[in-house]
Design a protein around this ligand. Structure first.
Ligand SMILES: [Zn+2]
Length: 504
C-alpha cells in the first residue's frame, strides 16, 4: 500500500461437544505428507468412528491408541490484537475456488466459493468471515450444512465433528450487491463498483466483503478464479490466465494463483481492459492490465517494470511469483496496492506528468515484503511498509545519478517519528510505518555495513519466501548475520518514543 496522494505528505470460544472415543491405527503408516491425507472431502467422527492414521497426529502415537475426542468450536478470530474479529481458528485454508458471475451494468454479483481446508483441531463447528450478501447455502461435500450468521461471522456446524488434521471442503453460494467496508486511511475497501468497471481493494480487511474465508494474512492459500462476464468484457485476477472459455454471449475467465496468497491481496477486475503481455528478467512473463482508454499512456508509464524487477532481484533474490504486472484502473484514488502479481494503480500514474517510478517500485517490492513474506500479525506492518519504502530508495540509489540516500534518510529521521512497533487499527498506514521503517533499515545498514546488510536482505527474503513473518523472526535472522545480539538496536529503533539519530 502506498498512500501516495492522501495522508502521506511527501511526493505524493470454545464450546465442548459430546466426547467421543477415536481409535488410531497410526504409527505403522507415518507419512505426514498432505498428499497422504484421505481423498474424501471431509473426515467426520462420531462415537464409533475409527480414524485412520492419515488424519491423526501419527508420530507421537503408539501403533494403536485410543483418545477421547473433545471437539470444540473454532475461534471467531486468529487472535490478532489489532483486528480481533479477522480470521478464524481451528483450520488452515489450502485453496479457494471463487466463481463470480458479474455484469458491468449490474452492481450485484452471483458467486460461489469453495474453501479447501485442513482442520487444526477436532471441530464441532467453525467460523468463516463474510460481510453482506444473501448467503444461499453452505455445503460440506454433498451435504447441506447448518449455518448461522452473526455480524461478519458465518458459523458452520457440520452434521458430525471434523477430526483434527482432516481435509474438508466447504461450498458457499451467495449473491447480492457487495457492501464495501471502510478504513480510516484508505476509504472504502472490498469490491468496488464504479459503473462499467469493478475492482477490488482488499487491505486490510476488505476481502471478506466479496468472498467468504479466513480473512487474515497468517492463513495463505492458493486460488482459482472463475469470472463469467458478457462476451467482450475483460475479467482479470491474480496469477496466470489458464483458460478463456467462450459460451456464446458470455465468457468465463479462469485465473490461477498457484503460490500462496493472503486474502487481502486477492483481486478481480472487470471492465474494458487491455492486457499487454511482455517478458521480464530471465523470461519472467509480464502481463499488464490497462483500462483501455489509458492503455497507451499506462504502457509508457510502466515501461521500466522489467528493469525494476532486475534491480530488486539484485537485492532480494528471485522475484517470488510466476508473473507480474500493473493493473491501471480508470478511477481516481489516492493510493496504490500490492495485489499479488498484479499491483493496483489509479489512473493518475498514466496521466500525470510527474514520474510514478517510486510508487511502482514500492508495490513491486511488496511482492517480496507483504506478499511472499506475509504478516503473522498486522501490528508488524513496518515489515511491509518500511521495506517497500526503503526499496524505493535502493532503486533511486542504483538508477538516479545524484540521488543521495543518506540525505533522504536523514530527512525522514528529522521528522522524529514516534514508535512504530505498536500501530493501531485506525492508524495502520501512518507515515511513521513507512518512513521511520525505512530509516530503521538504513540505520541497520550503516551499523553492520553494506556487505552484511545485503546478505541480511537476501537471506530474509529467501528464507521466509511464502511464509509468515514477524519482527522477532527478522531480528533473529539479523542477529545471526551480525554476529552479536542486535535486540537493543531494534528495541530503540522500533520502540523509542522518538526516532533515534542515524549512525554517522
Ligand atoms: Zn506499501
Amino acid at each position: 500500500m502506498d498512500l501516495a496522494t492522501t495522508r502521506r505528505s511527501r511526493r505524493r470460544g470454545v464450546a465442548m461437544a459430546g466426547a467421543a472415543t477415536l481409535l488410531f491405527f497410526g504409527a505403522a503408516c507415518s507419512s505426514d505428507s498432505p498428499t497422504s491425507a484421505p481423498s474424501t472431502e471431509a473426515s467426520f467422527a462420531d462415537s464409533t468412528t475409527s480414524v485412520t492414521s492419515s488424519t491423526a497426529p501419527r508420530t507421537t502415537l503408539p501403533p494403536t491408541t485410543t483418545r477421547t475426542l473433545k471437539p470444540v468450536a473454532g475461534a471467531a478470530g486468529v487472535g490478532d490484537p489489532l483486528f480481533p474479529g479477522l480470521g478464524n481458528g481451528g483450520y488452515d485454508v489450502t485453496n479457494y475456488t471463487i466463481a463470480i458471475d458479474a455484469h458491468p451494468d449490474d452492481p450485484a454479483i452471483r458467486a460461489t466459493t469453495r474453501i479447501d481446508a485442513i482442520a487444526t483441531a477436532d471441530l464441532v463447528s467453525f467460523n468463516l468471515d463474510l460481510h453482506g450478501f444473501t448467503l444461499r447455502s453452505v455445503r460440506i461435500g454433498d451435504t447441506a450444512t447448518t449455518f448461522v450468521r452473526d455480524g461478519d461471522e458465518v458459523i458452520v456446524t457440520p452434521s458430525l465433528p471434523i477430526v483434527d488434521r482432516a481435509k474438508f471442503s466447504v461450498d458457499l453460494a451467495y449473491d447480492g450487491v457487495p457492501a464495501p467496508l471502510s478504513d480510516p486511511d484508505i476509504g472504502r475497501v472490498g469490491w468496488l463498483d464504479i459503473g462499467p468497471t469493478s475492482y477490488v481493494v482488499g487491505e486490510p480487511h476488505g476481502a471478506h466483503s466479496w468472498f467468504p474465508g479466513n480473512d487474515h494474512p497468517s492463513d495463505t492459500a492458493t486460488y482459482e478464479f472463475r469470472v463469467t462476464v458478457p462476451a467482450g468484457v475483460t475479467a482479470v485476477a491474480n496469477g496466470v490466465l489458464r483458460e478463456k472459455r467462450d459460451a456464446g454471449d458470455s465468457t468465463t475467465w479462469i485465473w490461477d494463483q498457484r503460490e500462496p496468497m493472503a486474502t487481502y491481496l486477492a483481486t478481480v477486475a472487470i471492465g474494458d481492459f487491455t492486457i499487454q503481455n511482455g517478458v521480464g528478467p530471465h523470461g519472467l512473463p509480464l502481463r499488464h492490465v490497462f483500462a483501455t482508454r489509458l492503455a497507451s499512456a499506462a504502457a509508457d508509464a510502466t515501461a521500466r517494470t522489467a528493469e525494476m524487477i532486475d534491480v530488486l532481484e539484485s537485492w532480494f533474490g528471485l522475484y517470488p511469483f510466476a508473473t507480474y504486472g500493473a493493473l491501471v484502473v480508470d478511477d481516481a484514488f489516492g493510493f496504490a496496492l500490492e495485489t499479488q502479481t498484479l499491483s493496483l494503480f489509479p489512473r493518475s500514474i498514466a496521466v500525470r506528468s510527474t514520474p510514478s517510478e517510486r510508487i511502482q517500485v514500492h508495490e513491486l517490492a511488496h511482492q517480496w515484503f507483504g506478499d511472499s513474506l506475509t504478516l503473522a500479525r498486522w501490528q508488524d506492518i513496518w515489515l511491509n511498509e518500511g521495506f517497500a519504502s526503503y526499496a524505493e530508495s535502493l532503486w533511486l540509489e542504483r538508477t538516479q545519478p545524484g540521488y543521495d540516500i543518506d540525505r533522504e534518510m536523514q530527512s525522514f529521521a528529522n521528522k522524529r517519528y514516534g514508535p512504530i512497533a505498536h500501530p493501531t487499527a485506525d492508524n495502520l498506514f501512518a507515515d511513521a510505518e513507512y518512513e521511520r521503517g525505512a530509516v530503521v533499515l538504513h540505520a541497520l545498514r550503516r551499523t553492520v555495513g553494506d556487505q552484511t546488510f545485503s546478505a541480511i536482505m537476501l537471506d530474509y527474503a529467501t528464507t521466509f519466501s511464502h511464509r509468515s513473518v514477524d519482527t522477532a523472526a527478522f531480528v533473529a535472522l539479523v542477529n545471526r548475520h551480525a554476529g552479536e545480539p542486535m535486540d537493543a538496536f531494534f528495541d530503540q529503533w522500533l520502540n523509542a518514543p522518538i526516532s533515534p539519530a542515524l549512525p554517522g
